[in-house]
Design a protein around this ligand. Structure first.
Ligand code: B12
Ligand code: SF4
Length: 497
């Protein structure tokens, strides 16, 4: 039975920034007896339903914000006679939803790598169970992606995961609960092989799609030692050594390769680690700054971050080691005040972050924040388009609120408008041009400007704006900017040996 895998999106930009890794991993886990899986990433173009014949299998992977579009795809595919199977983080959290609203015959909860062939076998035999509990597999069972199915010239970055899970417990994040707090690190050889596979195909920019690239801190090691936990100390030390081994190997890859990852701010304490990142050409990292006040950090259980001048100094350490920071900030925390917005933009500028994203606090299911929010609302849940806001992902995109919890001093529109203003300020042409000085040549400076503008159109204007004309305009701009940006990232392929 032919297999289609669909990554849903309500907006298509023609070109994608980062490859949706799950598509290529599940493709690799699909047995050859099903033929070549057909992959559709709707951030490039919408799924062609005409390509689905009765009896085909359609796998849909969803996170919370694209779940509604995923349900539409599943329902339409089922109506054409397909066998529909859901997976991904949102389906893991709400399997019943995919069954009742998404036309799913079956839902996989957890990692799909190992269970997928079994599910396909059941689909062929007609013995599908409604729910498969795949759980968390060990790192040595992670399947390497099939990059031979990568469409040519459509993405700027490939994505290779090196570790899954995060030992922290931030209140707005579900990773530590779904992926677990125990880091599951892939073997260095498997990671490097995949990266080289991408490079041979002309991809020289690779996102290390990890929850947290720095899973063992110096503080963790010191604590284990102080408490006389010899076994734990040894385990942490081995994990850390493996990180260095990986970075040493990355340093030996073709010198035009560039990496990007996600990391906690604690890495700033660890000069040896940052130096290894420099040698490995990990030139960028998304750092979750979240808030610039102690109250804000307390709101999100992230007291391990710094504030004020210490925060600026810490972020600067990354730059001093050649790692550009994409700072991630959250607005709408209960302790935020009107002055917080300007203060946050000031910190981002003073700290010299190269890129920044300013997201509005969204209660994502599976998080501590979500549970507290749902409990607090009790029986008094407002509805939009007939959907309770505690199921906000089911509200049609155009009507979906951008701010969810009642704020002690600011109405939702004020939070949204102030957030938009911070994006506008940070990504003004004058400021982008000033920041672009961090690049070596005029060509690189122009590339920096183009990418900054694209980033802002894709993430801010289509995500925060409530005005549909602005969203349409932003989408058009993003489509225009995306193609030349993609060309800037592409490289010539390398021979296979
Ligand atoms: C790398 C990453 C990014 C990158 C790249 C995104 C990309 N294009 O790939 C960047 C930084 C751009 C990013 C952005 C965002 N991200 Co992100 N991201 C990740 C991260 C760390 C890894 C994703 C990944 O590649 N995993 C590797 C693949 C193989 O794993 P997987 O997708 O989970 O798939 C496995 C299973 O879920 C399952 N599966 C998946 N689909 C299917 C389908 C079928 C049919 C089956 C059977 C199984 C199956 O099998 C797969 C193999 O085991 C995840 C955390 C995580 N651990 O997943 C967060 C995560 C997905 N992101 C998250 C969020 C919130 C976002 C943002 C909204 C953040 C923001 N506020 O801007 C944006 C949204 C961007 C977008 N529109 O997609 C949340 C989603 C939470 C939720 N409930 O939906 C996560 C879980 C992290 C978190 N903090 O909680 N992200
Ligand atoms: S936000 Fe980052 S540091 Fe916090 S639990 Fe999630 S992955 Fe870990």
């Amino acid at each position: 039975m032919p297999v289609h895998l669909v990554n849903p999106s309500h907006l298509s930009f023609g070109v994608g920034v980062i490859t949706p890794r799950w598509l290529f991993v599940l493709a690799a886990a699909t047995p050859a007896s099903h033929g070549q899986p057909r992959l559709t990433d709707e951030t490039l173009e919408p799924f062609d339903l005409e390509s689905v014949a009765p009896g085909d299998i359609v796998g849909v992977g969803i996170h919370t914000s694209n779940a509604l579009r995923g349900y539409e795809v599943g329902t339409l595919a089922r109506a054409r006679g397909a066998v529909v199977i859901f997976g991904g983080i949102h389906a893991t959290l709400y399997p019943e939803e995919a069954l009742s609203l998404g036309g799913a015959h079956a839902v996989v909860r957890g990692d799909g790598d190992v269970v997928w062939p079994l599910v396909l076998d059941h689909a062929v035999r007609g013995t599908l169970q409604p729910i498969y509990e795949a759980g968390r597999i060990d790192a040595d069972q992670f399947v390497s992606a099939r990059w031979d199915l990568l469409p040519n010239g459509r993405y700027m970055w490939g994505s290779v995961q090196t570790v899954r899970g995060c030992p922290k417990h931030c209140s707005f994040c579900s990773v530590w609960r779904t992926d677990g707090q125990k880091p599951r690190q892939r073997a260095v050889d498997a990671v490097v092989d995949e990266i080289m596979d991408l490079r041979r195909r002309g991809v020289r920019f690779v996102a290390l799609a990890d929850d947290n690239f720095y899973p063992v801190t110096l503080a963790d090691l010191a604590l284990a030692e102080r408490h006389g936990q010899a076994g734990r100390y040894e385990q942490l030390r081995a994990l850390r050594a493996e990180r260095f081994e990986l970075m040493d190997r990355l340093a030996q890859l073709p010198s035009d390769m560039i990496f990007f990852t996600q990391i906690t701010m604690e890495a700033a304490e660890d000069a040896a680690f940052l130096e290894a990142m420099r040698r490995a050409r990990i030139k960028g990292a998304l750092v979750g700054v979240e808030a610039v006040t102690p109250e804000g950090l307390k709101d999100v259980f992230k007291s391990f971050n710094d504030v004020g001048d210490a925060l600026v100094a810490r972020l600067r350490v990354f730059k001093d080691h050649g790692v550009h920071v994409l700072g991630s900030f959250i607005f709408g925390l209960p302790s935020d005040r009107p002055a917080t917005f300007g203060a946050t933009a000031d910190v981002a500028e003073r700290a010299g972050v190269s890129f920044a994203q300013f997201v509005m606090l969204t209660p994502y299911p599976g998080t501590v924040d979500f549970e507290a929010w749902e409990k607090k609302l009790g029986g008094e849940v407002a509805q939009i388009a007939g959907v309770p806001i505690t199921r906000h992902w089911l509200i049609p995109q155009a009507q979906r609120p951008r701010v969810f919890a009642r704020h002690p001093v600011m109405p939702p529109d004020e939070i949204r408008a102030r957030t938009q203003a911070v994006w506008d300020r940070f990504y003004s042409l004058r400021r982008i041009w000033a920041r672009s000085k961090c690049t070596p040549t005029l060509r690189a400076r122009l590339a920096f400007v183009l990418i900054s503008k694209l980033y802002r159109q894709m993430y801010a204007n289509t995500g925060i704006a409530t005005d549909s004309a602005r969203v349409t305009r932003a989408n058009r701009w993003a489509r225009l900017l995306a193609k030349p940006c993609q060309r800037l990232f592409a490289a010539g392929p390398l021979p296979s040996n």
